[in-house]
Design a protein around this ligand. Structure first.
Ligand code: GLU
Length: 286
């Protein structure tokens, strides 16, 4: 099976930017004969709610997207994440965010990379540090960068460091869960906002460590609000309901993508990734 997917975080209503990315993920998948899966990324229990999830799924259906199989929730897949960690070379990390920021960076390490403070602690040192706070688990990465193939960005090489796989509070990290799930679900095409392009090298590297083949990526331009930064709820009328429903929002998304048609099915005919706009779209906010 080959599949594409959309993987929203259920922390509130989807806005036009999310709906546009979801539509693009659907168009990429359906135009290439792939299944289209929906996965709810609800590992952040403080921000996720079932109510938001239900609203998001209803909005995706309302704009005419359909999906295959049942919707998967990350909060129910802890066993798989634990099994993946058991296969990987990991180490405990006791650093706070502040300690990481104030540590000198390691030679040759990319900017912003974890400086390696806890990488080579002795067992005796670990015993002491464990008393300070619960440890996070980091991947002992053996590369500093990795290259992915992106349909819109070409070959993209980006930094890989010893990134966190499980937080100190026991929550599995997005970078781990997304890779484990994409592999387990047969996802070989990842379409999402281009704010995640910089995460792709880490995720593709982790995929290869787990014996998978990295997917092809398409990181699509974001939708911007009136102030020129990524669209947010505070920007005014940005959700499906606020803007007047599918009959208003679908044509405006289609126009922003240079596509004809008033339903996803109609847009499929003329869909060509090579002709997609490469610039962000600034949403006229009503
Ligand atoms: N759950 C992420 C988000 O809502 C998307 C992750 C992904 O598509 O890989 O931004």
């Amino acid at each position: 099976m080959t599949a594409g997917r959309y993987a929203p975080s259920p922390s509130g209503d989807l806005h036009v930017g999310n709906l546009r990315t979801a539509l693009l993920a659907w168009l990429f998948a359906r135009s290439t004969g792939r299944e289209f899966l929906l996965r709810v990324e609800d590992l952040d229990t403080g921000r996720s709610s079932r109510e938001a999830e239900a609203g998001q799924l209803a909005d995706l259906a309302a704009i005419g997207l359909d999906w295959d199989g049942t919707v998967v929730r990350q909060s129910e897949r802890g066993i798989r994440y634990a099994a993946a960690i058991a296969e990987l070379d990991v180490y405990e990390c006791y650093c706070t965010r502040r300690e990481i920021l104030s540590a000198p960076s390691a030679p040759h390490a990319p900017e912003g990379a974890y400086p390696g403070t806890c990488r080579d602690l002795t067992e005796a040192e670990r015993v002491v540090r464990r008393r300070e706070r619960p440890a996070a688990l980091r991947l002992r990465s053996s590369v500093h960068e990795f290259t992915v193939t992106d349909q819109l960005h070409g070959e993209h090489t980006g930094a890989v460091d010893d990134f966190v796989l499980r937080r100190g509070d026991g929550t599995y990290a997005y970078n781990l869960a997304v890779v484990v799930d994409d592999c387990a679900q047969g996802v070989d095409q990842v379409v999402r906002g281009d704010d995640l392009l910089s995460s792709a090298p880490r995720q593709a590297y982790l995929t290869s460590l787990l014996g998978g083949t990295p997917p092809t990526y398409a990181h699509v331009p974001l939708v911007l609000g009136p102030t020129g930064v990524r669209l947010a709820k505070r920007d005014g009328a940005v959700t499906l309901a606020q803007r007047g429903g599918p009959t208003v929002v679908l044509p405006e998304i289609a126009a922003s993508l240079g596509l004809r048609g008033s339903t996803p099915q109609e847009m499929l005919g003329g869909f060509d990734p090579a002709r997609l706009p490469r610039e962000p779209w600034t949403l006229p906010v009503g």
